[in-house]
Write a protein that binds this ligand. Structure first.
Ligand code: EPU
Length: 357
């Protein structure tokens, strides 16, 4: 275990935050001994996977940061069209997807290029381009942080929802996911329905894409819309897309007929937070407060808004970015202003999908 470790390389926003203790786990046995150690019993702790979905509000974490870096991918079972694959929690998610696609296994291809590690993927049930992790998830193993015992969680026990699972809610902070099993198919129809996948393929002259071509197309679509975290700090989508009552949606649609929307099974309507943010701005706020925006303080849209250190990505308003030299507090303030202005304009309070530490 190390002390006073700067977490800048371990959070995709790239904020400076120092951890009092830092334990890197390469083998699951190391985790067991850590859990039984005195330091772990007496200090607060934070489980860090890829650090792609966390926001450090303060510059010091007064406890133990546990960084999961265990590697390994193995086939547990292969039968006809099915293959069960186990990936250790510390495997890089995009590498794992690339590996599966390379083998010709279907089931995670639309989740290509999502930064992060395998162990974090079930926690927020990552999703993109019409696919969610839960769709081909079989089970995961997780270690109980009080006893050091391993428990298997079935899909049902994980209680997956839109960017939700039991690990983010009822069992928050109680388990560390150590490995995840996926049930993949050697042959399956490709899901090309979402957004601009089809138009992208058409533009590139691809009529009947292979699994690999779909994977590559999704990587290219994401690259065009989302910042590269190696260059600009961000945590991907900062907010969740809100699900609202149909009556509210119909009322809003009168003033905003172009508002995109997706019907939910329960009769409610999901509205893209990115659109709501783009269609509100600092000028929407009755009382301008907080982060001063140089030059763009009175802007009518948040999209592309920035001050010296932080801003709203110019190609995707759902993504808050850190240009360097800022702090987690700058993002917190900006997020609050965005929430307030969206609420003032549309009567919807959007909530973050990023975990605040
Ligand atoms: N939109 C705007 N302005 C914007 C951004 C989006 O008007 O600045 C509109 C788009 O035109 C489109 C709609 O909002 O009509 C939806 O946009 P998009 O397809 O880009 O998806 P999203 O809802 O903004 C979600 C996920 C992403 C995922 C994409 C693609 C959430 C919170 N985000 O974004 O996930 O990659 O769909 O499937 O559900 C992440 O979680 O970090 C993430 C990037």
């Amino acid at each position: 275990m190390k002390t006073n470790v700067n977490l800048k390389p371990y959070n995709s926003f790239g904020f400076d935050a120092v951890a009092k203790h830092f334990a890197e786990i390469n083998e699951i046995q190391e985790l067991e001994s850590l859990i039984r150690s005195d330091v772990f019993k007496h200090e607060k702790y934070l489980i860090l996977s890829g650090g792609n979905n966390v926001l450090f509000r303060d510059d010091f974490f007064d406890g133990v940061v546990v960084y999961i870096n265990s590697k390994g991918i193995e086939i547990l079972h292969e039968d006809g069209n099915e293959v069960v694959v186990r990936a250790q929690a510390g495997e890089d998610w995009p590498d794992f997807v690339r590996f599966c696609v390379g083998k010709g296994w279907h089931g995670v291809e639309n989740l290509a290029h999502i930064p992060g590690k395998v162990g974090a993927a079930p926690v927020q049930n990552i999703g993109a381009y019409g696919m969610e992790l839960k769709d081909n998830f079989l089970r995961c193993e997780a270690m109980d942080l009080t006893t050091g015992e391993t428990k298997v969680f079935t899909k049902k026990e994980c209680r997956f929802g839109y960017r939700e699972s039991v690990f983010k809610n009822e069992l928050k902070g109680q388990y560390i996911i150590t490995s995840v099993d996926f049930l993949l198919k050697k042959d399956a129809p490709l899901n090309l329905e979402y957004g601009n996948i089809k138009s992208y393929l058409e533009q590139n002259g691809i009529e009947r894409p292979s699994l690999q071509q779909l994977h590559d197309a999704i990587c290219a679509i994401r690259d065009a819309k989302l910042p590269d975290v190696k260059q600009i700090g961000s945590a991907g989508s900062f907010f969740k897309n809100p699900v609202i009552e149909r009556a509210l949606f119909e009322a809003l649609q009168k003033d905003s007929p172009t508002m995109p929307h997706y019907d939910e099974p329960n009769g409610k309507v999901k509205v893209p937070a990115g659109w709501l943010i783009e269609h509100s701005g600092p000028s929407t706020l009755r009382l301008a407060s907080g982060t001063a925006g140089s030059g763009t303080a009175g802007a009518t849209s948040w999209k592309g808004w920035r001050n010296e250190h932080v801003g709203v990505y110019e190609k995707q308003a759902l993504v808050l970015v850190h240009y360097g030299g800022g702090t987690g507090q700058d993002i917190v303030e900006l997020a609050h202003r965005i929430q307030d202005s969206v609420e003032e304009k549309f009567g919807i309070r959007i909530s973050p999908e990023v975990n605040f530490v």
